[in-house]
Design a protein around this ligand. Structure first.
Ligand code: FAD
Length: 282
């Protein structure tokens, strides 16, 4: 299993760090102190950064399973529309199914996906949501027939290339390691990913494999490589001011990393702000 989305997360907000500690205590998450380095046109420099990062254990997805335990979560059905119903909202799931009515609806995720659900309705925060956008990221997951022990666990690429980051997936806590091999996840930068949004996967894979060979300095056998496109990966810009959008009269709240700040911490802070709005807190 490879973490092909967020490879790890960091935090600085004391409230977030406190909750992360509770995830660590429940063994749903672990602190990781990776070695770090930078790569610039073939020159490798190690970086001293003692700040710990966090990973879900034994996978990033396992953290979500922990967070949703005891909750009714449906992962198999998309909400295709929301319709006003007697002062509340009915949700349409897929083609035919409905859920509700609900007095309030919290919509979370990339602004484009939230927009698809609210654009037919007069929602107060429609314009502010419409001003937000996401950017794509192509990712390459690769297994190399070499442990590449001289390379740091996290490598930031400073050269003007497709790849901006390489993370050694099997160096993370509670991950399976195979002797004589290493498992990597490489992230392309958005500037490179955007014009290749609709590009066939095979072509993108080939381009990223060529860069992998340069950055990881491996002429050794690449055992497998697979590219994956995250279309709405990261916020193009983060909303200033509040951490979520609220229309009290309509009973709609929008949240996500585009509103709370980049990354898992920002998404969490946005979720907390949304929860406060549901509970009626200031
Ligand atoms: C390649 C990549 C690398 C990243 N690296 C990092 C990193 O190093 N550190 C870090 O902190 N963060 C990183 N992130 C970002 C991190 O994953 C996000 O910040 C976080 O997941 C945002 O959470 P969210 O709840 O706002 O949205 P999401 O995680 O996008 O969750 C929204 C959910 O809603 C679902 N959904 C959307 N529309 C509907 C619908 N109509 N019906 C039903 N369900 C719907 C989606 O399927 C999704 O599961 C990375 C992301 C990617 C893709």
């Amino acid at each position: 299993m490879v973490d092909h989305g967020a490879p790890f997360f960091e935090g600085s907000d004391p409230r977030f760090l406190e909750i992360v500690r509770s995830w660590v205590d429940s063994d749903a998450c672990a602190e990781w102190r990776p070695s770090r380095g930078t790569w610039n046109d073939g020159s490798l420099r190690s970086k001293s950064d003692a700040t710990p990062v966090f990973v879900g254990t034994p996978s990033m997805g396992a953290l979500m399973a922990h967070l949703s335990s005891g909750l009714e979560v449906r992962t198999d059905s998309a909400v295709t529309s929301i319709q006003p119903h007697k002062g509340g909202w009915m949700l349409r799931l897929g083609e035919r199914e409905e859920a509700g009515p609900f007095a309030r609806v919290v919509l979370t995720g990339p602004p484009e996906q939230i927009g698809r659900l609210i654009n037919d309705h007069p929602v107060r925060f429609g314009d502010r949501l419409g001003a937000l956008a996401s950017r794509p990221v192509w990712v390459l997951m690769a297994i190399v027939a070499d442990e590449l022990k001289g390379l740091p666990d996290i490598l930031d690429v400073e050269s003007d290339m497709a790849i901006e980051k390489a993370v050694r997936d099997d160096a993370k806590p509670q991950r399976q390691r195979t002797e004589g091999r290493s498992r990597w996840v490489l992230h392309a930068c958005s500037e490179w990913s955007l014009p290749r949004y609709e590009a066939p996967r095979e072509g993108v894979e080939k381009e990223l494999c060529t860069e992998l060979t340069r950055v990881l300095d491996t002429r050794k056998r690449l055992l497998s490589a697979r590219a994956h496109r995250w279309g709405l990966a990261r916020p193009a810009r983060v909303m200033a001011g509040e951490r979520c959008l609220i229309d009290v009269e309509a009973g709609l709240i929008a949240c996500g990393d585009g509103m709370g700040g980049e990354g898992v911490e920002g998404a969490w802070l946005s979720g907390v702000a949304a929860a406060g709005a549901v509970a009626g807190a200031p």
